[in-house]
Design a protein around this ligand. Sequence first.
Ligand SMILES: NC(=O)C1=CN([C@@H]2O[C@H](COP(=O)(O)OP(=O)(O)OC[C@H]3O[C@@H](n4cnc5c(N)ncnc54)[C@H](OP(=O)(O)O)[C@@H]3O)[C@@H](O)[C@H]2O)C=CC1
Ligand SMILES: CC(=O)N[C@@H](CCC(=O)OP(=O)(O)O)C(=O)O
Length: 346
Amino acid sequence: MIRVGIVGATGYSGVELIRLLAGHPHVQVANLYSSSAEGEALDSVLPHVQHVSLPQLSAIDAEQMSAANDVVFLATPAGVSAELSPELLKRGARVIDLSGDFRLESGEVYRQWYKREPAPGEWLDRAVYGLAEWNAAQVAGAQLVANPGCYPTAALLALIPLAQSGWVNPRSWIVDAKSGVSGAGRGVSLGVHFSEINDSIHAYKVAQHQHTPEIEQELSKKGGVEHVVQFTPHLVPMTRGILVTAYGQLERAVTTDEVHQLYRSAYEGKPFVRLRKPGSHPRTKEVYGSNYCDISVHVDERTGRVIVLSVIDNMVKGAAGQAVQNMNLMFGWPEATGLPLVPLFP
Ligand SMILES: NC(=O)C1=CN([C@@H]2O[C@H](COP(=O)(O)OP(=O)(O)OC[C@H]3O[C@@H](n4cnc5c(N)ncnc54)[C@H](OP(=O)(O)O)[C@@H]3O)[C@@H](O)[C@H]2O)C=CC1
Ligand SMILES: CC(=O)N[C@@H](CCC(=O)OP(=O)(O)O)C(=O)O
């Protein structure tokens, strides 16, 4: 058994980590850390974990955290990990960061999109981008894994095979995405007020969302040329789930079946990518509570566009589930260890 510590356990991704790790055969949730509820039991904040055997919430202390855990998950807002992770890493800890602090290779790009100070460059250089399906070997040897953002996970799994094919104009990508409200975390604000978001849908951060450079960075790395993405997120009145509808302009004539075959080869043997029938319409409900990303491809011969649909549960494949998948790779266990294989339905 390895000892796992979680920072931000009172938040949505942190408590989702607890749900998943409680069923993991090689893990003991040894330490939970909180910046606001030190000394309390987690079930006093979140009663749904009553009867789950968990340690009390402890204060954040890099020395203790490094000594008392084999791996530390940071499920904290942007900016926390940039300061805390170097302190943990210096002391030899292994870290899986669910925030955006180590995903962007350039500190300058981070400063521009996150509007805050980046982590020190020496540590940014050491982070491995934890898109498990594409970076498994690097994740296995990493001390610091930057768990991908929720929208980038759905977008990159949908687009990397095509980015590598050279069939699509790399500057033509349009990624339209819709997210459930849990993506915004547990903090309360007018932006997630029930009476203002229910029965309604809206776009936000048009041309300004911090996941734009993350998607572009990874598509460009995998595609071998610069890729440019027009990314528009929307908030929809549901709790979990992301649907990405992505469009690219084809530079050669290909059929839906050829694109489907490309994806079949790309994701063969990957336990969490389920390629759906060509021309089908995956629904967020079909991956709810699971670590799957379901993908379908379509070619519109009239417009010369390829359209890729992908769905994930933002809390699982988009956050905690992918983090557990990365932990499995880091410790040499099969990728799917401890992760639920049947979504919650309906
Ligand atoms: N929700 C989602 O779908 C996804 C979230 N993420 C990322 O994961 C991270 C966590 O998100 P989420 O769980 O939604 O957020 P929440 O707001 O639900 O939880 C964040 C937790 O972080 C802790 N925290 C707040 N401030 C500090 C601080 N200064 N120092 C230490 N801990 C602090 C809080 O716990 P306490 O008060 O106990 O310290 C809080 O419960 C974010 O970076 C987010 O962007 C990534 C992908 C998807
Ligand atoms: C619905 C909703 O508000 N979603 C969040 C996604 C949070 C996230 O994953 O952002 P990080 O890059 O900081 O991890 C958003 O759009 O900002």
